[in-house]
Design a binder for this molecule. Structure first.
Ligand code: HEM
Ligand SMILES: *[C@@H]1O[C@H](CO)[C@@H](O)[C@H](O)[C@H]1NC(C)=O
Length: 471
C-alpha cells in the first residue's frame, strides 16, 4: 500500500504538483462554466473535471479530513456536477435532486448497476443479488416484495414484539450495555424469526449469528468495497463466512424438501422458486443497515434532551389511547419516532454513496442553469453524504432536528422526489423500507416505555466523517 502522506511530503515534487493543481483547476472551471452558458446549446460541455496530478490534494483531504470533506470541497469548488478521474476511471458526481432524476429513474439499458455492486457478489454469493442478471434479480426481489408488502407486514408485528420483550427482559433492573452489540443481536433474532424461519431461530442461531456477523463486519469496509477481490485477510474471512452460511442454508432447504415441510418465510420463497439453493441475500444487508439505524437513532435521541422528551411524550399519548398494546396501526401513529429515525438516517445513511454505469450519453441541467453532457462509459455517483447536507434544502443541517420532516416543513420534499435518498429511490428503491421502520420502532418504543437511558460513552464517531478504512 502506498502512503499518500509520504508522496506529498517529498518536498520538491510537492511544490510543482501544487502549481499544476492550481493551474489545472482554474482552467477547468473557466472552461466548464463559459461553454456551459445556456446560450451556446449545440455542443454541451462535459462536467468540470479533476484529473492527473490534481487528484493528489484530493487524496490528501480524503486521508486527513475524510470522505465527506473531500467531496464537500469539490462541490463547493465546482457546483453540483463534477468529474474525478483516477486510475483511468472517470466518476461523475451528481449532487442534489435537480441533477439526480436520470440517475435514479433512467432505464437499465442506459444506466445500470453495472459491475459496481460487485462487492455484494463476494458477500452474498454468486447466485443471488448482483451476481445474477437483471431478469433473475427482478424475480428474486419479487419474493421480498411479497414478504415485505403491507398485508404481510402486519403479521410480523407480534413475533417482533415477542422477540423484543424476551430480549430486553434479560437486561434486569439496571446496568451498562453496549447498545450497538445488543441491537445487532436483537435484530438478528428478529430477522431469523420473521425472515429466515424456525430452523435458524431455534437450532442454529449461534452458528448463523457468528457467520452473519463476520460477513457484514468484513464486507462492509471501505477496502472491501473498493477492491472486492483483493486477497486480504478481510476478504478471506468474508468468503469463509459466506461459504459457511451457504452450506447451513442449503442443509435447511434439503431437510425441508425431504420432509415436505412448508414454512412461511423468505427461505421458503426461495425454495419455492426454481432456484436450487436458497441463500441469504438481503438479510445480511437489511440487518446491518437496521442495526446502524437503530444505534444512531439511540445515540442521537440520548444526546438531545428535547427530542428524547418529545419521543417519550408521544409514547405516553399512545399508551393513554391504546394501553400497552402495540400493533401495526399503533406503530403508524408513532410519527415523531418515525421522524427521529428518518433524521438519524439523514445524518448517518448506512449506504453513503450509490454508483451506476452510464451506457448512453445524457444531459443534466443544474439549478443554476448550466447544462452538461455525461458521456457513455462514465461511472456516475450519487453521494448521500452531500445530498443530505445541502444548505438550501436542509435548515441548520448539522443539528439533529426530527421536526424538519414534520407537518409544515417537510424538508425532504423541498427538491422533489430525490431530495432524501436514504432508501435510494426510483428503479432500485429499497423494498424493505416499511419493514425496517417497523422493526426499529418496535425496538425503540419498547426501550422508551420501559427504561430510563443515558449515554455514558462519548458520542460515537461516524466512520465517514474521517477516512479510516481499518476501523
Ligand atoms: C434502515 C434500513 C435499510 C436501509 C437504510 C436500506 C437501504 C437500501 C438502499 C439504499 C438500497 C438501494 C441500493 C442501490 O440503489 O444501489 C436498498 C436495496 C434493497 N434493500 Fe434495503 N435498506 C434497509 C433495510 C432493508 C431490509 C430490512 C430489507 C429486507 C428485509 C431490505 C431489502 C432490500 C432489497 C431486496 C434491495 C434491492 C432492491 C433492488 O435492487 O431493486 N432493505 N436498501
Ligand atoms: C456521446 O458522447 C461522446 C463524447 O462526448 C461523443 O463522442 C459521442 O458522439 C456521443 N454519442 C452520441 C450518440 O451522441
Amino acid at each position: 500500500m502506498y502512503n499518500s502522506m509520504d508522496m506529498i511530503n517529498s518536498s520538491a515534487v510537492s511544490s510543482s504538483i501544487a502549481l499544476v493543481f492550481i493551474a489545472a483547476v482554474i482552467t477547468k472551471v473557466a472552461w466548464g462554466r463559459i461553454t456551459a452558458d445556456p446560450a451556446s446549446r449545440n455542443t454541451l460541455p462535459h462536467p468540470p473535471a479533476v484529473s492527473g496530478s490534481s487528484v493528489i490534494p484530493l487524496l490528501h483531504t480524503l486521508v486527513t479530513k475524510g470522505f465527506r470533506a473531500m467531496l464537500q470541497e469539490q462541490y463547493t469548488k465546482f457546483g453540483s456536477v463534477f468529474t474525478i478521474s483516477f486510475l483511468g476511471m472517470k466518476t461523475t458526481f451528481l449532487v442534489g435532486p435537480e441533477v439526480s432524476a436520470h440517475f435514479y429513474q433512467g432505464p437499465e439499458s442506459e444506466i445500470s448497476h453495472g459491475s459496481f455492486l460487485e462487492f455484494t457478489v463476494p458477500m452474498l454469493g454468486k447466485d443471488v443479488g448482483y451476481g445474477v442478471d437483471i431478469a433473475t434479480r427482478t424475480e428474486q426481489n419479487r419474493f421480498y416484495l411479497d414478504v415485505l408488502k403491507p398485508a404481510k407486514l402486519r403479521c410480523h408485528v407480534a413475533p417482533m414484539l415477542q422477540e423484543v420483550e424476551k430480549y430486553f427482559a434479560k437486561w434486569g433492573q439496571q446496568g451498562t450495555v453496549d447498545l450497538k452489540q445488543e441491537l445487532e443481536q436483537l435484530l438478528m433474532l428478529i430477522s431469523a424469526r420473521c425472515l429466515l424461519g424456525k430452523e435458524v431461530r431455534e437450532k442454529m442461531f449461534g452458528e448463523v449469528f457468528s457467520a452473519f456477523h463476520e460477513l457484514t463486519e468484513n464486507s462492509l469496509q471501505l477496502t472491501s468495497l473498493l477492491f472486492p477481490y483483493a486477497p486480504t485477510l478481510t476478504t478471506r474471512r468474508r468468503d469463509r463466512a459466506s461459504a459457511r452460511l451457504s452450506s447451513i442454508f442449503a442443509e435447511i432447504v434439503r431437510s425441508r424438501k425431504s420432509s415436505n415441510r412448508v414454512e412461511e418465510d423468505v427461505l421458503q420463497n426461495l425454495i419455492g422458486s426454481k432456484y436450487k439453493d436458497g441463500r441469504p441475500t438481503t438479510e445480511a444487508e437489511g440487518k446491518h443497515t437496521s442495526t446502524a439505524t437503530s444505534t444512531w437513532t439511540g445515540a442521537r435521541l440520548l444526546s438531545h434532551t428535547e427530542c428524547l422528551e418529545a419521543a417519550l411524550e408521544e409514547q405516553q399519548q399512545i399508551v393513554k389511547k391504546h394501553g400497552d398494546n402495540i400493533d401495526y396501526d399503533t406503530l403508524l401513529e408513532m410519527s415523531f419516532l418515525h421522524c427521529c429515525i428518518k433524521e438519524a438516517l439523514r445524518m448517518h445513511p448506512p449506504a453513503p454513496i450509490f454508483l451506476r454505469k452510464v451506457h448512453k450519453n445524457f444531459t443534466v441541467r443544474t439549478r443554476e442553469g448550466y447544462e452538461y453532457e455525461i458521456p457513455k462509459g462514465h461511472t456516475i455517483a450519487s453521494p448521500l453524504v452531500i445530498n443530505h447536507n445541502i444548505p438550501y434544502i436542509y435548515k441548520d443541517l448539522d443539528v439533529y432536528d426530527p421536526h424538519r420532516f414534520g407537518p409544515g416543513r417537510e424538508e425532504d420534499r423541498v427538491g422533489g422526489k430525490f431530495t432524501y435518498n436514504a432508501f435510494s429511490g426510483g428503479r432500485h428503491a429499497c423494498p424493505g423500507e416499511a419493514y425496517a421502520y417497523m422493526q426499529v420502532k418496535v425496538i425503540w418504543s419498547h426501550l422508551l416505555r420501559n427504561f430510563e437511558l443515558k449515554l455514558v460513552s462519548p458520542f460515537p464517531r461516524d466512520r465517514l466523517a474521517k477516512a479510516c478504512p481499518r476501523t
